[in-house]
Design a protein around this ligand. Structure first.
Ligand code: BES
Ligand code: MN
Ligand code: ZN
Length: 516
Protein backbone atom coordinates (compact mmCIF):
# COMPACT_ATOMS: atom_id res chain seq x y z
CA UNK A 1 0.00 0.00 0.00
CA UNK A 2 1.36 3.40 -0.93
CA UNK A 3 1.62 5.90 1.86
CA UNK A 4 -0.93 8.66 1.86
CA UNK A 5 0.44 11.71 0.09
CA UNK A 6 0.41 14.91 2.10
CA UNK A 7 -3.15 15.95 1.49
CA UNK A 8 -3.73 18.58 -1.14
CA UNK A 9 -4.85 21.99 0.00
CA UNK A 10 -8.38 21.66 1.19
CA UNK A 11 -10.80 24.06 2.78
CA UNK A 12 -11.48 23.25 6.40
CA UNK A 13 -15.02 23.35 7.74
CA UNK A 14 -15.41 26.24 10.15
CA UNK A 15 -15.77 25.08 13.75
CA UNK A 16 -19.44 24.58 14.49
CA UNK A 17 -20.29 27.70 16.48
CA UNK A 18 -24.01 27.93 16.76
CA UNK A 19 -26.72 27.41 19.31
CA UNK A 20 -29.37 24.89 18.39
CA UNK A 21 -33.05 25.78 18.66
CA UNK A 22 -34.32 25.11 22.18
CA UNK A 23 -37.71 23.56 22.89
CA UNK A 24 -40.00 23.43 25.90
CA UNK A 25 -43.55 22.19 26.44
CA UNK A 26 -45.83 24.01 28.87
CA UNK A 27 -49.30 25.37 29.41
CA UNK A 28 -49.96 28.70 27.72
CA UNK A 29 -52.76 31.19 27.34
CA UNK A 30 -52.87 32.21 23.67
CA UNK A 31 -54.29 35.63 24.54
CA UNK A 32 -51.90 36.56 27.34
CA UNK A 33 -48.73 34.80 26.19
CA UNK A 34 -46.01 37.40 25.63
CA UNK A 35 -44.22 36.02 22.59
CA UNK A 36 -42.63 37.28 19.40
CA UNK A 37 -44.92 35.05 17.41
CA UNK A 38 -47.97 33.01 18.30
CA UNK A 39 -48.69 30.09 15.97
CA UNK A 40 -52.32 29.06 15.54
CA UNK A 41 -54.26 26.55 13.49
CA UNK A 42 -56.90 26.92 10.82
CA UNK A 43 -58.66 24.07 9.03
CA UNK A 44 -59.96 23.92 5.50
CA UNK A 45 -62.99 26.12 4.92
CA UNK A 46 -61.42 28.78 7.19
CA UNK A 47 -62.46 26.89 10.32
CA UNK A 48 -60.51 28.17 13.30
CA UNK A 49 -59.18 25.93 16.07
CA UNK A 50 -60.41 26.79 19.59
CA UNK A 51 -57.18 28.73 20.32
CA UNK A 52 -57.45 30.57 17.03
CA UNK A 53 -61.12 31.36 17.77
CA UNK A 54 -60.13 32.84 21.11
CA UNK A 55 -57.55 35.01 19.36
CA UNK A 56 -60.17 36.04 16.83
CA UNK A 57 -62.60 37.02 19.58
CA UNK A 58 -59.91 39.04 21.40
CA UNK A 59 -59.19 40.78 18.12
CA UNK A 60 -62.84 41.76 17.44
CA UNK A 61 -63.06 39.21 14.60
CA UNK A 62 -60.27 40.93 12.71
CA UNK A 63 -58.41 37.65 12.26
CA UNK A 64 -61.26 36.00 10.40
CA UNK A 65 -61.77 39.11 8.28
CA UNK A 66 -58.07 39.19 7.35
CA UNK A 67 -57.99 35.50 6.46
CA UNK A 68 -60.97 35.99 4.16
CA UNK A 69 -59.47 39.09 2.62
CA UNK A 70 -56.21 37.26 1.89
CA UNK A 71 -58.12 34.26 0.56
CA UNK A 72 -56.56 31.99 3.16
CA UNK A 73 -58.57 28.78 3.11
CA UNK A 74 -56.77 26.64 5.66
CA UNK A 75 -55.39 24.16 3.14
CA UNK A 76 -52.51 22.04 4.42
CA UNK A 77 -49.25 23.90 3.96
CA UNK A 78 -50.84 27.36 3.60
CA UNK A 79 -49.46 29.95 5.98
CA UNK A 80 -50.08 33.61 6.71
CA UNK A 81 -47.94 35.83 8.90
CA UNK A 82 -49.73 38.78 10.47
CA UNK A 83 -47.87 41.63 12.17
CA UNK A 84 -49.11 43.62 15.18
CA UNK A 85 -52.24 41.63 15.99
CA UNK A 86 -54.58 43.51 18.31
CA UNK A 87 -56.10 42.30 21.57
CA UNK A 88 -53.39 39.71 22.32
CA UNK A 89 -49.93 39.90 23.85
CA UNK A 90 -48.09 38.37 20.89
CA UNK A 91 -46.14 40.61 18.48
CA UNK A 92 -46.89 38.46 15.45
CA UNK A 93 -49.42 35.86 14.54
CA UNK A 94 -48.63 32.93 12.27
CA UNK A 95 -51.68 31.11 10.95
CA UNK A 96 -51.03 27.61 9.64
CA UNK A 97 -53.40 25.68 7.41
CA UNK A 98 -53.89 22.05 8.50
CA UNK A 99 -56.27 20.96 5.73
CA UNK A 100 -59.53 19.11 6.25
CA UNK A 101 -60.55 18.32 9.82
CA UNK A 102 -62.72 15.21 9.61
CA UNK A 103 -64.61 14.78 12.89
CA UNK A 104 -62.08 17.22 14.29
CA UNK A 105 -59.03 15.19 13.23
CA UNK A 106 -56.42 16.17 10.65
CA UNK A 107 -54.19 13.66 8.85
CA UNK A 108 -50.63 12.98 9.96
CA UNK A 109 -49.36 14.06 6.54
CA UNK A 110 -51.16 17.38 6.77
CA UNK A 111 -49.88 17.99 10.28
CA UNK A 112 -46.33 17.50 9.01
CA UNK A 113 -46.95 19.74 6.02
CA UNK A 114 -48.30 22.47 8.28
CA UNK A 115 -45.48 22.53 10.81
CA UNK A 116 -42.88 22.34 8.05
CA UNK A 117 -44.09 25.78 6.96
CA UNK A 118 -43.06 27.44 10.21
CA UNK A 119 -39.40 27.86 9.27
CA UNK A 120 -40.19 29.12 5.79
CA UNK A 121 -42.70 31.66 7.08
CA UNK A 122 -40.33 33.04 9.71
CA UNK A 123 -37.14 33.08 7.67
CA UNK A 124 -37.56 36.63 6.34
CA UNK A 125 -38.28 37.95 9.86
CA UNK A 126 -36.11 38.54 12.93
CA UNK A 127 -38.29 36.29 15.11
CA UNK A 128 -36.11 34.40 17.58
CA UNK A 129 -38.79 32.94 19.83
CA UNK A 130 -42.21 31.49 19.07
CA UNK A 131 -45.10 29.92 20.95
CA UNK A 132 -47.24 27.23 19.40
CA UNK A 133 -50.90 27.30 20.38
CA UNK A 134 -51.57 23.98 18.71
CA UNK A 135 -52.43 21.82 21.72
CA UNK A 136 -56.05 21.58 20.55
CA UNK A 137 -55.18 20.21 17.10
CA UNK A 138 -56.06 16.51 16.93
CA UNK A 139 -54.25 14.17 14.54
CA UNK A 140 -55.64 10.82 13.41
CA UNK A 141 -54.17 8.10 15.64
CA UNK A 142 -51.44 10.39 17.03
CA UNK A 143 -50.95 11.97 20.43
CA UNK A 144 -49.19 15.07 21.77
CA UNK A 145 -45.86 13.22 21.92
CA UNK A 146 -46.04 12.53 18.20
CA UNK A 147 -47.03 16.10 17.42
CA UNK A 148 -44.22 17.54 19.52
CA UNK A 149 -41.79 15.17 17.82
CA UNK A 150 -42.84 16.42 14.39
CA UNK A 151 -42.38 20.03 15.46
CA UNK A 152 -38.94 19.47 16.98
CA UNK A 153 -37.81 17.24 14.14
CA UNK A 154 -38.80 19.60 11.35
CA UNK A 155 -37.57 22.75 13.07
CA UNK A 156 -34.27 21.21 14.25
CA UNK A 157 -33.54 20.16 10.67
CA UNK A 158 -33.20 23.90 10.03
CA UNK A 159 -30.18 23.95 12.35
CA UNK A 160 -28.17 22.43 9.50
CA UNK A 161 -26.42 24.86 7.20
CA UNK A 162 -24.75 23.83 3.98
CA UNK A 163 -22.70 27.02 3.69
CA UNK A 164 -20.00 26.30 6.27
CA UNK A 165 -17.30 26.31 3.60
CA UNK A 166 -18.30 29.68 2.19
CA UNK A 167 -16.03 32.45 3.38
CA UNK A 168 -19.16 34.50 4.13
CA UNK A 169 -22.34 32.70 5.11
CA UNK A 170 -25.57 33.71 3.38
CA UNK A 171 -27.36 36.68 5.01
CA UNK A 172 -30.91 35.47 5.05
CA UNK A 173 -31.15 32.81 7.66
CA UNK A 174 -33.62 31.80 10.27
CA UNK A 175 -33.06 33.59 13.60
CA UNK A 176 -35.25 31.18 15.54
CA UNK A 177 -33.69 30.04 18.83
CA UNK A 178 -36.57 29.13 21.13
CA UNK A 179 -39.83 27.28 20.64
CA UNK A 180 -42.54 26.92 23.26
CA UNK A 181 -44.87 24.05 22.52
CA UNK A 182 -48.14 24.92 24.19
CA UNK A 183 -49.58 21.82 25.86
CA UNK A 184 -52.23 20.99 28.42
CA UNK A 185 -51.10 19.69 31.79
CA UNK A 186 -51.81 16.11 30.81
CA UNK A 187 -50.07 16.53 27.46
CA UNK A 188 -46.90 18.08 28.87
CA UNK A 189 -44.92 14.93 29.85
CA UNK A 190 -45.58 13.27 26.47
CA UNK A 191 -44.90 16.47 24.57
CA UNK A 192 -41.62 16.96 26.43
CA UNK A 193 -40.57 13.45 25.44
CA UNK A 194 -41.61 14.07 21.84
CA UNK A 195 -39.57 17.26 21.69
CA UNK A 196 -36.48 15.37 22.87
CA UNK A 197 -37.04 12.58 20.41
CA UNK A 198 -37.54 14.96 17.50
CA UNK A 199 -34.37 16.87 18.29
CA UNK A 200 -32.31 13.69 18.67
CA UNK A 201 -33.55 12.40 15.32
CA UNK A 202 -32.91 15.70 13.58
CA UNK A 203 -29.38 15.84 14.95
CA UNK A 204 -28.71 12.37 13.54
CA UNK A 205 -30.16 13.39 10.20
CA UNK A 206 -28.15 16.61 10.22
CA UNK A 207 -24.92 14.72 10.91
CA UNK A 208 -25.65 12.50 7.90
CA UNK A 209 -26.37 15.56 5.78
CA UNK A 210 -23.22 17.33 6.87
CA UNK A 211 -21.00 14.33 6.09
CA UNK A 212 -22.78 13.79 2.78
CA UNK A 213 -22.31 17.38 1.66
CA UNK A 214 -18.61 17.47 2.57
CA UNK A 215 -16.44 17.24 -0.55
CA UNK A 216 -14.31 14.20 -1.31
CA UNK A 217 -11.06 16.03 -0.58
CA UNK A 218 -12.16 16.54 3.02
CA UNK A 219 -14.41 13.57 3.72
CA UNK A 220 -11.97 10.71 3.05
CA UNK A 221 -12.11 7.21 4.58
CA UNK A 222 -9.79 8.51 7.29
CA UNK A 223 -12.15 11.40 7.97
CA UNK A 224 -15.08 9.00 8.37
CA UNK A 225 -13.03 6.86 10.76
CA UNK A 226 -12.18 9.93 12.85
CA UNK A 227 -15.81 10.94 12.83
CA UNK A 228 -16.74 7.51 14.25
CA UNK A 229 -14.10 7.90 16.95
CA UNK A 230 -15.40 11.36 17.75
CA UNK A 231 -18.88 9.89 18.27
CA UNK A 232 -17.47 7.37 20.75
CA UNK A 233 -15.67 10.02 22.79
CA UNK A 234 -16.87 9.85 26.42
CA UNK A 235 -19.60 7.42 25.45
CA UNK A 236 -19.30 4.23 27.52
CA UNK A 237 -21.95 2.45 25.44
CA UNK A 238 -20.09 2.93 22.15
CA UNK A 239 -16.79 1.45 21.09
CA UNK A 240 -15.09 1.96 17.74
CA UNK A 241 -12.52 -0.18 16.02
CA UNK A 242 -10.97 0.87 12.73
CA UNK A 243 -9.44 -1.91 10.63
CA UNK A 244 -6.57 -0.88 8.34
CA UNK A 245 -5.73 -2.36 4.96
CA UNK A 246 -3.17 -4.81 6.38
CA UNK A 247 -5.90 -6.22 8.62
CA UNK A 248 -8.37 -6.35 5.75
CA UNK A 249 -5.81 -8.35 3.83
CA UNK A 250 -5.38 -10.78 6.71
CA UNK A 251 -9.14 -11.22 6.81
CA UNK A 252 -9.09 -12.12 3.12
CA UNK A 253 -11.13 -9.13 1.96
CA UNK A 254 -9.83 -9.31 -1.61
CA UNK A 255 -13.02 -7.82 -2.98
CA UNK A 256 -13.02 -4.74 -0.73
CA UNK A 257 -9.30 -4.19 -1.32
CA UNK A 258 -9.72 -4.41 -5.11
CA UNK A 259 -11.74 -1.20 -4.94
CA UNK A 260 -9.19 0.58 -2.74
CA UNK A 261 -6.30 -0.54 -4.99
CA UNK A 262 -6.52 2.45 -7.33
CA UNK A 263 -6.53 5.11 -4.63
CA UNK A 264 -3.82 6.85 -2.62
CA UNK A 265 -6.20 7.15 0.32
CA UNK A 266 -6.07 4.10 2.58
CA UNK A 267 -9.35 2.20 2.93
CA UNK A 268 -10.85 1.58 6.36
CA UNK A 269 -13.38 -0.84 7.77
CA UNK A 270 -15.00 1.14 10.57
CA UNK A 271 -16.71 -0.97 13.21
CA UNK A 272 -18.95 0.64 15.82
CA UNK A 273 -20.51 -1.34 18.65
CA UNK A 274 -23.32 0.32 20.57
CA UNK A 275 -24.19 -1.73 23.65
CA UNK A 276 -27.32 -0.28 25.17
CA UNK A 277 -29.13 -3.57 25.75
CA UNK A 278 -28.73 -6.84 27.53
CA UNK A 279 -25.37 -8.56 26.86
CA UNK A 280 -27.09 -11.65 25.52
CA UNK A 281 -29.32 -9.74 23.14
CA UNK A 282 -28.34 -10.25 19.47
CA UNK A 283 -27.56 -6.91 17.82
CA UNK A 284 -29.03 -5.29 14.76
CA UNK A 285 -26.21 -4.61 12.30
CA UNK A 286 -26.18 -1.57 10.02
CA UNK A 287 -23.71 -1.86 7.14
CA UNK A 288 -22.93 1.32 5.21
CA UNK A 289 -21.38 1.88 1.80
CA UNK A 290 -18.70 4.49 2.36
CA UNK A 291 -17.23 5.32 -1.05
CA UNK A 292 -15.99 8.84 -0.32
CA UNK A 293 -15.65 9.49 -4.03
CA UNK A 294 -16.69 7.25 -6.90
CA UNK A 295 -14.93 8.08 -10.18
CA UNK A 296 -15.93 4.67 -11.53
CA UNK A 297 -12.29 3.59 -11.46
CA UNK A 298 -10.88 2.33 -14.76
CA UNK A 299 -14.49 2.06 -15.98
CA UNK A 300 -14.42 5.83 -15.62
CA UNK A 301 -17.69 7.70 -15.26
CA UNK A 302 -18.59 10.48 -17.70
CA UNK A 303 -17.86 14.00 -16.42
CA UNK A 304 -21.39 15.39 -16.15
CA UNK A 305 -22.49 15.67 -12.53
CA UNK A 306 -19.57 13.54 -11.39
CA UNK A 307 -19.20 15.87 -8.39
CA UNK A 308 -22.31 14.20 -7.00
CA UNK A 309 -20.30 11.04 -6.48
CA UNK A 310 -19.03 12.66 -3.28
CA UNK A 311 -22.42 11.47 -2.00
CA UNK A 312 -21.43 7.84 -2.52
CA UNK A 313 -20.74 7.58 1.22
CA UNK A 314 -24.27 8.51 2.25
CA UNK A 315 -24.96 4.94 3.41
CA UNK A 316 -22.01 5.26 5.79
CA UNK A 317 -23.23 8.70 6.85
CA UNK A 318 -26.65 7.27 7.67
CA UNK A 319 -25.04 4.65 9.92
CA UNK A 320 -23.14 7.36 11.81
CA UNK A 321 -26.22 9.58 11.96
CA UNK A 322 -28.35 6.75 13.34
CA UNK A 323 -25.75 5.94 15.98
CA UNK A 324 -25.54 9.61 16.93
CA UNK A 325 -29.30 9.53 17.61
CA UNK A 326 -29.03 6.24 19.52
CA UNK A 327 -26.42 7.81 21.77
CA UNK A 328 -28.54 10.83 22.44
CA UNK A 329 -31.56 8.66 23.25
CA UNK A 330 -29.46 6.03 25.05
CA UNK A 331 -31.79 3.40 23.58
CA UNK A 332 -31.67 0.05 25.41
CA UNK A 333 -30.68 -2.07 22.40
CA UNK A 334 -27.53 -3.44 20.83
CA UNK A 335 -26.51 -2.12 17.42
CA UNK A 336 -23.40 -2.76 15.37
CA UNK A 337 -22.35 -0.36 12.63
CA UNK A 338 -19.97 -1.56 9.92
CA UNK A 339 -18.72 0.95 7.37
CA UNK A 340 -16.72 -0.01 4.30
CA UNK A 341 -14.85 3.20 3.50
CA UNK A 342 -12.76 3.68 0.39
CA UNK A 343 -12.32 5.87 -2.64
CA UNK A 344 -12.87 4.42 -6.11
CA UNK A 345 -10.02 5.87 -8.18
CA UNK A 346 -8.16 4.88 -11.36
CA UNK A 347 -4.42 5.00 -10.61
CA UNK A 348 -1.80 2.59 -11.96
CA UNK A 349 -2.57 -0.02 -9.33
CA UNK A 350 -6.26 0.11 -10.05
CA UNK A 351 -8.31 -2.99 -10.67
CA UNK A 352 -9.03 -3.59 -14.36
CA UNK A 353 -12.14 -4.96 -16.04
CA UNK A 354 -11.71 -8.73 -16.24
CA UNK A 355 -9.70 -8.95 -13.03
CA UNK A 356 -10.77 -11.76 -10.73
CA UNK A 357 -10.61 -11.39 -6.95
CA UNK A 358 -11.42 -13.60 -3.99
CA UNK A 359 -13.88 -12.29 -1.43
CA UNK A 360 -13.69 -12.96 2.32
CA UNK A 361 -16.46 -15.54 1.86
CA UNK A 362 -14.19 -17.50 -0.51
CA UNK A 363 -16.35 -16.81 -3.55
CA UNK A 364 -14.41 -15.51 -6.53
CA UNK A 365 -15.65 -12.45 -8.40
CA UNK A 366 -15.00 -11.39 -11.99
CA UNK A 367 -14.94 -7.60 -12.00
CA UNK A 368 -16.40 -6.75 -15.39
CA UNK A 369 -17.01 -3.12 -14.48
CA UNK A 370 -14.98 -1.29 -11.84
CA UNK A 371 -17.83 1.18 -11.45
CA UNK A 372 -19.94 -1.51 -9.77
CA UNK A 373 -17.72 -1.07 -6.71
CA UNK A 374 -20.31 -0.65 -3.97
CA UNK A 375 -21.24 -4.31 -3.99
CA UNK A 376 -17.54 -5.22 -3.95
CA UNK A 377 -16.88 -3.38 -0.70
CA UNK A 378 -20.21 -4.36 0.84
CA UNK A 379 -19.90 -8.09 0.23
CA UNK A 380 -16.82 -8.33 2.42
CA UNK A 381 -18.31 -6.01 5.05
CA UNK A 382 -21.41 -8.24 5.12
CA UNK A 383 -19.33 -11.38 5.56
CA UNK A 384 -17.44 -9.67 8.37
CA UNK A 385 -20.77 -8.91 10.06
CA UNK A 386 -21.45 -12.64 10.57
CA UNK A 387 -19.19 -12.63 13.63
CA UNK A 388 -21.68 -10.51 15.58
CA UNK A 389 -24.40 -13.17 15.20
CA UNK A 390 -26.85 -10.38 14.39
CA UNK A 391 -30.62 -10.83 14.60
CA UNK A 392 -30.93 -8.63 11.50
CA UNK A 393 -28.56 -6.94 9.09
CA UNK A 394 -29.53 -3.86 7.11
CA UNK A 395 -27.14 -2.47 4.53
CA UNK A 396 -27.56 1.06 3.28
CA UNK A 397 -25.99 2.03 -0.03
CA UNK A 398 -26.10 4.50 -2.89
CA UNK A 399 -25.78 1.40 -4.97
CA UNK A 400 -27.30 1.82 -8.42
CA UNK A 401 -28.37 4.47 -10.90
CA UNK A 402 -30.93 1.86 -11.96
CA UNK A 403 -32.73 2.28 -8.64
CA UNK A 404 -33.13 5.98 -9.39
CA UNK A 405 -34.67 5.05 -12.74
CA UNK A 406 -37.01 2.56 -11.08
CA UNK A 407 -38.23 4.62 -8.11
CA UNK A 408 -37.13 8.21 -8.67
CA UNK A 409 -36.33 10.35 -5.66
CA UNK A 410 -39.25 9.50 -3.43
CA UNK A 411 -38.75 5.92 -2.29
CA UNK A 412 -35.71 4.03 -1.14
CA UNK A 413 -35.43 0.60 -2.78
CA UNK A 414 -35.87 -2.24 -0.29
CA UNK A 415 -34.69 -5.79 -0.95
CA UNK A 416 -34.70 -8.56 1.61
CA UNK A 417 -34.29 -12.29 2.16
CA UNK A 418 -36.69 -12.09 5.11
CA UNK A 419 -40.29 -10.90 4.81
CA UNK A 420 -40.66 -10.05 8.47
CA UNK A 421 -37.65 -7.75 8.37
CA UNK A 422 -38.86 -6.20 5.12
CA UNK A 423 -42.27 -5.51 6.65
CA UNK A 424 -40.73 -3.96 9.76
CA UNK A 425 -38.62 -1.59 7.66
CA UNK A 426 -41.51 -0.67 5.37
CA UNK A 427 -43.64 0.08 8.43
CA UNK A 428 -40.89 2.20 10.00
CA UNK A 429 -40.61 4.11 6.74
CA UNK A 430 -44.34 4.81 6.66
CA UNK A 431 -44.38 5.89 10.28
CA UNK A 432 -41.50 8.27 9.84
CA UNK A 433 -42.38 9.64 6.39
CA UNK A 434 -39.07 8.23 5.10
CA UNK A 435 -40.48 5.57 2.89
CA UNK A 436 -39.11 2.55 1.07
CA UNK A 437 -40.67 0.36 -1.61
CA UNK A 438 -40.34 -3.40 -1.65
CA UNK A 439 -38.50 -4.68 -4.74
CA UNK A 440 -38.14 -8.29 -5.91
CA UNK A 441 -35.19 -10.50 -5.16
CA UNK A 442 -36.31 -13.51 -7.15
CA UNK A 443 -34.06 -16.38 -8.18
CA UNK A 444 -34.88 -15.69 -11.82
CA UNK A 445 -32.61 -12.64 -11.71
CA UNK A 446 -29.62 -14.50 -10.25
CA UNK A 447 -28.41 -16.03 -13.51
CA UNK A 448 -27.67 -12.58 -14.91
CA UNK A 449 -24.63 -12.70 -12.61
CA UNK A 450 -23.11 -15.85 -14.16
CA UNK A 451 -19.45 -15.60 -15.12
CA UNK A 452 -17.44 -17.90 -17.39
CA UNK A 453 -14.34 -17.54 -15.26
CA UNK A 454 -15.34 -16.89 -11.64
CA UNK A 455 -18.11 -17.83 -9.20
CA UNK A 456 -19.94 -14.61 -9.88
CA UNK A 457 -19.70 -11.49 -12.05
CA UNK A 458 -20.03 -8.07 -10.48
CA UNK A 459 -22.55 -6.79 -13.04
CA UNK A 460 -25.74 -8.28 -14.42
CA UNK A 461 -26.49 -6.17 -17.49
CA UNK A 462 -28.78 -3.20 -17.95
CA UNK A 463 -32.05 -4.94 -17.20
CA UNK A 464 -33.16 -4.79 -13.58
CA UNK A 465 -29.86 -3.25 -12.53
CA UNK A 466 -30.99 -2.45 -9.00
CA UNK A 467 -32.27 -6.02 -8.57
CA UNK A 468 -29.14 -7.74 -9.86
CA UNK A 469 -27.01 -5.55 -7.57
CA UNK A 470 -29.13 -6.75 -4.64
CA UNK A 471 -28.84 -10.33 -5.97
CA UNK A 472 -25.08 -9.96 -5.86
CA UNK A 473 -25.24 -8.97 -2.18
CA UNK A 474 -27.67 -11.81 -1.44
CA UNK A 475 -24.87 -14.29 -2.22
CA UNK A 476 -23.08 -13.01 0.87
CA UNK A 477 -25.98 -12.82 3.31
CA UNK A 478 -27.18 -16.40 3.54
CA UNK A 479 -26.34 -16.68 7.24
CA UNK A 480 -28.69 -13.98 8.57
CA UNK A 481 -31.90 -12.05 8.07
CA UNK A 482 -30.86 -9.26 5.76
CA UNK A 483 -32.30 -6.24 4.04
CA UNK A 484 -30.68 -3.93 1.53
CA UNK A 485 -31.68 -0.27 1.18
CA UNK A 486 -30.69 1.29 -2.14
CA UNK A 487 -30.68 5.01 -1.37
CA UNK A 488 -29.21 6.19 -4.69
CA UNK A 489 -32.36 8.22 -5.39
CA UNK A 490 -33.14 9.42 -1.89
CA UNK A 491 -29.83 10.30 -0.18
CA UNK A 492 -29.38 13.65 -1.89
CA UNK A 493 -31.07 16.18 -4.15
CA UNK A 494 -29.56 17.41 -7.39
CA UNK A 495 -29.93 20.71 -9.22
CA UNK A 496 -30.52 24.05 -7.53
CA UNK A 497 -31.39 22.49 -4.20
CA UNK A 498 -28.36 20.20 -4.31
CA UNK A 499 -27.70 18.75 -0.89
CA UNK A 500 -27.79 15.63 1.24
CA UNK A 501 -31.18 14.70 2.71
CA UNK A 502 -29.96 12.58 5.61
CA UNK A 503 -32.23 9.75 4.50
CA UNK A 504 -32.79 7.06 5.69
CA UNK A 505 -31.69 7.96 9.25
CA UNK A 506 -35.28 8.66 10.29
CA UNK A 507 -36.49 5.30 9.00
CA UNK A 508 -33.62 3.44 10.68
CA UNK A 509 -34.17 5.18 14.01
CA UNK A 510 -37.89 4.42 13.80
CA UNK A 511 -37.12 0.78 13.06
CA UNK A 512 -34.84 0.63 16.11
CA UNK A 513 -37.35 2.47 18.30
CA UNK A 514 -39.92 -0.13 17.29
CA UNK A 515 -37.56 -2.89 18.52
CA UNK A 516 -37.48 -1.48 22.04
N1 BES B 1 -22.45 5.00 -6.87
C1 BES B 1 -22.94 4.46 -8.08
C2 BES B 1 -24.45 4.45 -8.16
C3 BES B 1 -25.10 5.77 -8.47
C4 BES B 1 -24.99 6.32 -9.73
C5 BES B 1 -25.88 6.38 -7.55
C6 BES B 1 -25.63 7.51 -10.02
C7 BES B 1 -26.53 7.56 -7.83
C8 BES B 1 -26.40 8.12 -9.07
C9 BES B 1 -22.47 3.02 -8.24
O1 BES B 1 -21.23 2.74 -7.71
C10 BES B 1 -22.40 2.75 -9.69
O2 BES B 1 -21.59 3.37 -10.33
N2 BES B 1 -23.23 1.85 -10.19
C11 BES B 1 -23.28 1.56 -11.56
C12 BES B 1 -23.43 0.06 -11.70
C13 BES B 1 -23.23 -0.43 -13.11
C14 BES B 1 -21.80 -0.26 -13.52
C15 BES B 1 -23.64 -1.87 -13.14
C16 BES B 1 -24.48 2.29 -12.17
O3 BES B 1 -25.50 2.40 -11.50
O4 BES B 1 -24.35 2.78 -13.27
MN1 MN C 1 -19.68 3.15 -9.09
ZN1 ZN D 1 -20.62 3.91 -6.17
Amino acid sequence: MTATKASAKSAKPAPAKFTPIQFAAKAIDPIKQATQCLVIACYEGVKLSPSASAVNAADADQLEALLKRENFQGKAGQSLLLLNPQGIAAERLLVLGFGAAKDGFVSADNYRKAVQKIGEALRPTTTSEITLALADVSVVEQDAEWQARQVAESLSLLDYRADKLKSKPADVSLQLKKVIFGATKTQTPGATKGLMLGQAIARGVNLARELGDLPGNICTPTYLANEAKRLAHKQPKLSVNVLEETQLKELGMGSFLSVAAGSDQPAKLIVLEYKGGNKKQAPVALVGKGITFDTGGISLKPGAAMDEMKYDMCGAASVLGTIQTLLELQLPINVVGVIAASENMPNGNATKPGDIVTSMSGQTIEILNTDAEGRLVLCDALTYTERFKPKAVVDIATLTGACVIALGNHATGLFSNNDELAKALLKAGEESADRAWHMPLWDEYQKQLDSNFADIANIGGREGGAVTAACFLSRFTKKFAWAHLDIAGTAWRSGGAKGATGRPVTMLVQYLLNQV
